[in-house]
Design a protein. Sequence first.
Length: 554
Amino acid sequence: MKIIKYILAVSFFLLLASGCSDYLDVKPENQLVIEDFWKKGSDVEAVVRSCYRSMEEPDFMWRVGVWGELRSDNVITSTSSGSDEKQIDNVNILSTNVNCNWKSFYTVINLCNTVLKYAPDVMNRDPNFRTPDLQAKEAEVLAIRALCYFYLVRTFRDVPFSTEATVSDNQNLLIKQSKPDSVLNVITNDLLKAESWALDVYPTTPETKGRMTKDAIRAILADVYLWKSASDTAAFDKANDYSNCITYCDKLMNATKDEFDFNGNIVKVPKYELIKENASNSIFSDGVSISSGGYTFSSYGVGNSSESIFELQFSSDVRDIGIYSVNDVTTKDTYFTHHGLFGSCYTATTAYADPANEIVFPKTDTRKTDFIKYPKSSSGFYQIWKYMGSYISSKTDPYVSNTVSNWIFYRITDVMLMKAEALVQQGGDTELKQALHLVNTTYTRSNVAPADTLVFNNYNNVPALEKLVLLERQRELMFEGKRWFDLARNAVRKQSTNDLVGYVLNKYSSNLSTITTKLSVMNGMYLPIFEDELIANPNLKQNPYYEVSSTIVK
């Protein structure tokens, strides 16, 4: 057998060139011969870390933001946005759009598959690498792979699915697409296996928050169950999936950790807690302690807060702080920056950001100034601020810039509102009251006195409370890559895009009838298969919605 070169996706040099869509091709820095690798447990650890590092690549992270937010009503493009982003925003998506390229996700998937293929052999070569060590590593890559496929299914629907590592030119790479229900069933089973094998914690907080722990896996499971429960396919048990979603949300909401009390006794305390609005957050600037105007800076500027369950770790001068590095080597290559995504390409939807407008945020809601920068820019846009720095109300200029923030995939408020959504769909009076309580928990945290709590008499039926939960998820998770998937899940549940259209139209001022027509088709919720993939793999079939396209001018 000829020598196969194995490419570690750990030290790529990528640039976001001028313009939001001008990417350079991924170039491998390291090439290792398979026969010279996979001999020690540290080799397995190195490739597992490279899975996270590949997720940090600009190509991957860009799509996490684009796929989850750009088509939603939360954001609009700016004058500096690339043409591909503007086409998506204008509901004029072609199969040549670079944002439809899924290569970066399959790069991560193949790295995960490679660990699963070769790591078991290391047990025969390294006596210190034992079954629990192997299972812990396998749990991480099973979870990472599941998360990648979950993004792909929600974005494209029918996708190629493989659990085999691509290591030979002789392998069949012309894989047909799988239906979403079969993919979701496999990743659910993988996540359940991973939950039983994964570690609870790592030696440091950044590692615990930045790697796939049992709790990170539970958050993904809750999300997957919620998506499955919305599907109309006979392959899923909707009632059972809602119950499973609630079960996994409860595992996280009821999670505890050990701490010492004032008397030196070990006590159980909540593992995940909401950051209090206007709390002093021990942030120091030039030796002076300051407080954020809300909770945004602690969650996003500092990172790894008490709310966080799983977030990718970034720093301002190196894209790696030792958590995902191979052989503990940090590299000062180009890192993904939220300033490129949210600072220039995306801006907040004008109708929602307008200080006089209460479509989303009531005037008492401090999240509006936490998430959006005021006043509007000289070009007339409202800049997204959630990832960009802190808001300190006591300063003359309250917006303090931060170079780059961690990307939070899951935090406890997201989990709470997942549970609320599942409870509403169960429909009982007790479940509706529990759901409203969860919504009130996040709502009152950000709507300080004299704001009123949300009263059950106003939301005592499924349609009203369903709408409220969706609204609170929008308020709480705005710009976190969740909104489009929330709208799509609601549309899948109802087998209608009417609600989705109603929300998305809020960001447009013209061509409303054309946009409505385009978004009224269920298949239109998903992106087209990238043209290059269709050429390379004749077994792929294009989403029929994109076989004929028209142009919309916004």
